[in-house]
Design a protein around this ligand. Structure first.
Ligand code: PFF
Length: 469
């Protein structure tokens, strides 16, 4: 059964490039700029990049294509899409996606607030902010205000609708982001010790590649490409039948990978400059971005350092903003379609709700001992913060589970024949091609098996301390 709705009063993308920039905007985010470079450096440099590319194109790309095809065929939000295709029982997959979107946005917005706060501080020449990071993130009022401001910006864009809100913002933010990142890379490469930074980042070291590295690469690729929660079902539902889904998905994947890679070219020369070429003890994650880098900006001197530092955090804020927009659009589109609520009211209502859900995360970085030491998983004695718990549940667990369910649905319920029919629209020559066979094999076998394994391993490892490797 495949009931295809045709009528539409929903928004739509004005142009192919608008859709690609919006979807690439969703993909390019905090994950690219602070997580990817470090995983590369930790996971064997160039060796990790190769594994990451294989994960993106073999596993993530077919899931992306499937999500966009489901959305475009159904012409509905992530939950309604399953029903519109005739499978009401599968709405739960969309509901899992909407839940993931709300949860991810609740903590992602807090980190985005740090970035925005750092932009303001560094623009004012306040370099010691790096060494005050611990105090900065416990300043609940300040972070609360930045988080509220970030949510207002996000809701403002989503309220504007598809073409005049999300598409317009992406067309402005994404090229600006590209110019900023390239400008910063070029500047970073002129600094002393840039070569040591690049060597640390890129020289392949296959001895560091373990199964765990492969499995981290896959998790990172999945999160980075915004898969598994219906963001691309939703964005695909506004896409015209004239557009080539395969080609668009390839461009989105390439942009995401390209920007993640470039972020490393920016980051490590700066770190090498700060440490005079000594890359033996470089910290990763939040510490790298919010503690180490401000030190590098400071050592450039007051005027230049403030400029380069503020520009870097503007870049991070822009990258986060196009991602928070897509995270808010998933529940917003659900509420608009399913409950007939006007867009503006839906976007603002959900933004307020998500902000409230994010308050425990905001408090969990030192301000409240209860939320800071919130939960200790089985097999571990280190407590996790509330924010960690939400991240582990949503991005590390629900996303791969959602991705697994989406490909199983497409291959065994909706059937690959219907998937192909949708993909062939706007792609003459797709039927009968090797590409079609590749997509079928991935969607029916490779993706369900590998995503299923990842999901089980993540749950065992994260919550029960069982490490299979
Ligand atoms: N892809 C974003 C990042 O790399 O930061 C995060 C994200 C956005 C995940 C939207 C999922 C999503 F639906």
């Amino acid at each position: 059964m495949d009931a295809t709705p045709t009528t539409s009063t929903r928004g739509s993308w004005n142009s192919k490039i608008g859709f690609i920039l919006a979807a690439a905007g969703s993909a390019v985010g905090l994950g690219n700029i602070w997580k990817f470079p470090f995983e590369v450096a930790d996971g064997g440099g160039g060796a990790f990049v190769l594994i990451y590319l294989v994960c993106c194109f073999l596993l993530c790309f077919p899931v992306m294509v499937t999500e966009i095809a489901i959305g475009r065929r159904a012409h509905k939000n992530a939950v309604g899409a399953f029903e519109a295709l005739g499978y009401r029982n599968w709405r739960f997959v969309g509901l899992l996606g909407v839940t993931s979107g709300v949860l991810i946005l609740s903590f992602y917005n807090v980190v985005a607030a740090w970035a925005l706060g750092y932009f303001v501080e560094l623009a004012g020449g306040h370099f010691s902010i790096g060494s005050e990071f611990g105090t900065f993130i416990t300043d609940v009022v300040k972070i609360g205000l930045y988080a509220a401001l970030f949510m207002v910006l996000t809701a403002g864009i989503v309220s504007g609708g598809i073409s005049s809100g999300i598409e317009r913002a992406s067309k402005l933010l994404m090229p600006t982001l590209l110019v900023i990142i390239l400008g910063l890379v070029l500047y970073g490469l002129t600094l002393p010790h840039a070569a040591e930074g690049l060597r640390f980042y890129l020289i392949p070291d296959f001895s560091e590649v373990t199964l765990e590295v492969v499995y981290n690469a896959l998790g990172q690729a999945f999160f980075s490409l915004s898969l598994g929660m219906g963001a691309l079902i939703t964005y695909g539902s506004y896409l015209s039948k004239r557009e080539n889904i395969i080609e668009s998905a390839a461009l989105i994947t390439l942009t995401d990978v390209g920007i993640a890679f470039t972020a490393g070219l920016l980051m490590f020369p700066l770190v090498a400059f700060l440490n005079a070429g000594d890359m033996t003890d470089v910290q990763g994650g939040a510490g790298l971005i919010f503690v180490t880098l401000p030190g590098a900006f400071e050592s450039m001197g007051p005027g230049l350092g403030a400029f380069v530092g503020a520009t870097f955090f503007l870049l991070l804020s822009f990258a986060a903003l196009t991602s928070t927009v897509s995270l808010l659009e998933v529940p917003t589109s659900f509420v608009i379609d399913e409950f007939n609520v006007p867009r503006r009211r839906a976007a603002i209502g959900i933004a307020v709700l998500v902000f409230l859900i994010g308050i425990p995360s905001l408090l969990s970085n030192g301000a409240s001992p209860f939320f800071t030491n919130f939960v200790t998983y089985f097999g571990s004695d280190t407590p996790n913060t509330f924010m960690d718990l939400v991240e582990h549940l949503s991005s590390d667990t629900f996303l791969p589970l959602g991705g697994f369910l989406i490909v199983v649905f497409a291959a065994y319920v909706w059937k690959t024949e219907n998937l192909s029919e949708e993909l062939a629209q706007g792609a003459p020559g797709f039927r009968g091609s090797a590409l079609e066979r590749f997509i079928h094999v991935c969607v029916a076998y490779v993706c369900p098996v590998l995503l299923g394994i990842i999901f089980v391993l993540t749950v065992l490892n994260r919550f029960f301390g069982v490490s299979v490797f």
